[in-house]
Design a protein around this ligand. Sequence first.
Ligand SMILES: Nc1ncnc2c1ncn2[C@@H]1O[C@H](COP(=O)(O)OP(=O)(O)OP(=O)(O)O)[C@@H](O)[C@H]1O
Ligand SMILES: Nc1ccn([C@H]2C[C@H](O)[C@@H](COP(=O)(O)O)O2)c(=O)n1
Length: 417
Amino acid sequence: MARHLKLLVQRWSSRVFSVEVDAAPRYFGVREQLRGEPVPPDVFSEVQKQDRCYSLLVCSGDRVTGDRFHWELRDRLQTQLPPGSGLRSMSSFIPDQKGSLLKGYFLQSQAGNSSLIEDILTDLEQRNPVLVCSYSQSEDGQQWTQCLWYQSEENPVRFCVVPSETPKHHPSVLNMINSDVFYSLEEACDVLKQCGDIIPETRSVLGMLPSSLDARRKPDFPVIVIEGLDATGKTTLTESLRDSLGATLLRSPPQCLSAWRGRFDREPPLIRRAFYAVGNYITAEQINQEASKSPVIVDRFWHSTAAYAIATAVTGPVSNLPHEGAEVYRWPGDLLQPSLVILLTLDPEERKRRLRSRGLMKTDEEEELDHNKLFRLRVEEAYRRIGGPACTALDASPSADLVLQQALLLIRAKCHL
Ligand SMILES: Nc1ncnc2c1ncn2[C@@H]1O[C@H](COP(=O)(O)OP(=O)(O)OP(=O)(O)O)[C@@H](O)[C@H]1O
Ligand SMILES: Nc1ccn([C@H]2C[C@H](O)[C@@H](COP(=O)(O)O)O2)c(=O)n1
């Protein structure tokens, strides 16, 4: 057994497991001996006595391989598992310990299909970096126990399953920095470089980077970023501002990456977010060049990259986001800081009306914004919490002309244009 797996299992009883039920995590832990009354954790409360549950945790030493495997595993399981397996996202972590998060899946077998499921899991564990556990109920129905699958042939160690308190931080927060949100060009490039063999397009993306970057260089003209959810009116406003101010209009990701964007949108968060992070640095270089000649308007920048990444990594209500002022909301030290960031805000019904009347194709995340109210609320709140510079909110519900006038007032007050 690999050394890192052995170390993992040694600290097994200090780990907490979380299973997603109705878009919110439920927590449980394991103990070698049960103290006090047995209480089944609520994730097991609706499982029938004769049924078994299983967990699979991805334990790859290499994060690019591990994240890609975790991403593909969901499709594989959805195709192979019999109906009614109740596949859910799961994770395992040590509370408050950064980098301790392992991602995986939780499922259950029903009477009659457990041998099929066990064959699938055995095959997966033999060929891939996964750790499988099975859960079963004791004869008297009082207790659920966990058995590490790789040991089950030899001398299986059974752990008692116990409910666990909601941890201070959502588990995803433990691995967010430089996995979901990148705080330096170097960290984002490292991920893309590791993908060179599996995604040849990364070489072209990295080839677009300027040879040197100077985040401290102060642009001669103001740089104004327009942010907001899709269909809040960014394109409409940025084009009007360009015309009114005689400004240059740029966007992030920049035009030169558009041929590869769809390719990276199909990758797991680690790779996808690294692509968008690198896009911001390429746009920053374009800003540096243009802001020596005229004001620059930018359609999306760092706030979009960080807000969508944070809101996707965390599940459940807004209260699961990292707390206000947390490290994840800081601005990367090596990225150009705009003079002003305007966040367009819009009532969800009006946004939907504009989306419908526009009728364009939507990305998966835009679809998610429409269907998942909690996701939308998390993105909006993450936008507000990101600092350095923080967003200035602007109500985008009046007519396009009135929104333009309000934006010009903000720009003149802040940037003395
Ligand atoms: N102030 C406004 N009042 C009414 N309709 C508007 C207003 N601003 C924009 N629209 C319309 O709403 C739709 C979405 O606007 P726009 O494309 O500018 O949004 P966006 O934020 O750039 O969207 P995306 O991020 O998806 O590209 C368009 O059909 C546009 O004409
Ligand atoms: N600087 C950026 C720009 C965009 N994104 C991501 C966030 C969303 O998934 C999607 C929205 O972009 P749009 O469809 O409006 O072009 O792209 C990002 O992460 N960073």
